[in-house]
Ligand binder design. Structure first.
Ligand code: FE2
Ligand code: FE2
Length: 416
């Protein structure tokens, strides 16, 4: 029988059996939740987590004290050979002697931290939230690349570190946007250098939020005009920070400055319109909003991915519509009710899937080749192996046949 107790992450020790994490699954540092904590590296990752960790005392190889302080000693560990606790390991590490040495220790810590967060994101690629048809091996290699790049770019790394210590949500959001940017850039067949730099841009797009008070960043409900004006300074604040480093790629600065511009010119800070907004900034805008909508916050529940895409698709003038469609293709997810053109030259309506569905379910109802309506027939597209695929979208007013009613085709539970 599980004997569960919750301890702060700072008090977790090797030998504890991790049962779960408080709060949203997205915010904790591991892909899996239930496991025996044996690796110092995992312990290190876990230390970066700010919430409570649920321990299964019965399955732990460590004993819990009965007092209020959950001091848990490793029962079977050989403390002479291996550091039983993170604090012990820390204590054994010599203190950096010079500012340079201290800086490099900070850098190593930040690199580990970013790698850990990216690892978390890598693990979530099976989930609908970040798409379903992403090639794991490619993402894994890229994530290592970005971590390596940060390792060489001290300034970028320190910015990420500042963000991490300032505001946990913004940090995790930045890591998610980094991953979505990489995935979209790959989908758009950009070269590897551009893909890496866009990943870095995603990671740094909100660094300017270090200048905004947490009370404003975390405020539930509507912001006052003054608070909103303050939030709107974050792109320019970010640019000022990034420009301190002469080696910062211009593209990262560009995404930071213009990720809140809107296609119709109603964005900020410059009110740029349509093609005047650079492609990287337009990509940033889409990845940014998608992640924000699908994230869980203290004051709002996460939207389902298809629900978020449906809302984004319906906001006229907000995004580059063609690019938003490419984004959907990059995560292989489309909102119910959208009309899509298939490689087989047919028109289909996107149907709802079950919440955990992993394949796109469509209703094919028109053939462009024959110029005629077809008897509606459902089609499930499996990523990679499908004999058909989505190649374009059609506006409802341009549909050549009557669009079948969506509610006649209720969602089905697809389990894999
Ligand atoms: Fe932002
Ligand atoms: Fe953002």
């Amino acid at each position: 029988m599980a004997a569960l107790r919750t301890v702060p992450a700072a008090e977790v020790r090797l030998g504890m059996f991790i049962h779960g994490f408080e709060g949203s699954w997205w915010e904790h540092p591991f892909w899996r939740t239930r496991f025996l904590l044996t690796e110092t590296e995992d312990l290190q990752k876990l230390r970066a987590f700010r919430g409570g960790v649920i321990i299964d005392v019965a399955r732990s190889q460590a004993t819990a004290s009965d007092g209020d302080t959950p001091a848990i000693a490793v029962r079977d560990g050989n403390e002479a050979d291996a550091p039983a606790t993170w604090s012990a390991a820390r204590a054994k590490r010599p203190l950096p002697e010079s500012p340079a040495a201290r800086f490099s220790a900070d850098q190593a810590e930040a690199a580990a931290l970013v790698a850990g967060a990216l690892d978390t994101v890598r693990g979530t690629f099976d989930d609908v939230r970040l798409g379903r048809a992403v090639a794991h091996e490619k993402v894994a290699a890229l994530v290592d690349d970005i971590a390596g790049q940060l390792d060489r770019n001290a300034s970028a790394l320190l910015r990420v570190l500042q963000l991490k210590s300032k505001h946990q949500y913004t940090y995790l959001h930045s890591v998610a946007v980094c991953t979505l940017m990489v995935n979209l850039a790959r989908h758009l067949a950009m070269d590897e250098e551009a893909v890496r730099t866009l990943g870095l841009a995603g990671l740094l797009h909100d660094v300017g939020k270090v200048a905004i008070p947490d009370a404003v960043l975390d405020k539930p409900g509507r912001l006052s005009a003054e608070e909103f004006a303050l939030v709107r300074t974050h792109p320019e604040e970010g640019v000022a920070l990034l420009r301190e480093d002469g080696a910062m790629p211009a593209l990262a600065v560009e995404v930071c400055l213009h990720h809140h511009e809107r296609w119709d010119g109603n964005g900020y800070p410059h009110g740029l319109k349509a093609d005047d907004i650079s492609l990287p900034a337009r990509m940033g805008a889409i990845c940014d909003v998608y992640d924000a909508l699908t994230s869980h916050r203290a004051y709002k529940r996460a939207w389902l991915p298809a629900q978020a895409l449906g809302a984004m698709w319906s906001w006229d003038g907000h995004f580059d519509r063609e690019l938003l469609f490419q984004f959907m293709r990059s995560i292989n997810l489309y909102p119910p009710g959208m009309l899509v053109r298939l490689a087989s030259d047919r028109l289909a309506l996107v149907l709802e899937n079950g919440e955990r569905a992993t394949r796109t379910r469509l209703l094919v109802f028109h053939s462009f080749a024959e110029g005629a309506a077809l008897p509606p027939r459902t089609l499930v597209l499996s990523a990679g192996t499908a004999d058909d695929k989505v190649v374009g979208f059609v506006r409802p007013e341009e549909a050549p046949s009557a669009i079948p009613a969506l509610d006649l085709y209720p969602p089905v539970a697809v389990t894999n």
